[in-house]
Design a protein around this ligand. Structure first.
Ligand code: SF4
Length: 62
């Protein structure tokens, strides 16, 4: 099973919480937005989804 983490740039406030909690360093903050630069590494733990209640992050099984 693979997972695709995606950021809604309109909702992302660049807080960096997702980058802090992700155990495999999927996210980088670039120009005050989270970018899933290592999306291939995602293990689907949902930590980033749970930490950010504004719904900026969606996780899709692929
Ligand atoms: S679901 Fe887990 S592994 Fe995947 S991007 Fe979010 S925090 Fe990282």
């Amino acid at each position: 099973m693979a997972y695709l983490p995606e950021i809604n740039e309109e909702k992302c406030i660049g807080c960096g919480e997702c980058a802090e909690v992700c155990p495999v360093d999927v996210y980088e903050i670039q120009n005050e937005k989270a970018v899933p630069v290592n999306a291939d590494e995602c293990i689907g733990c949902e930590s980033c989804v749970e930490v950010f209640e504004q719904g900026a992050i969606t996780l899709t099984e692929i």
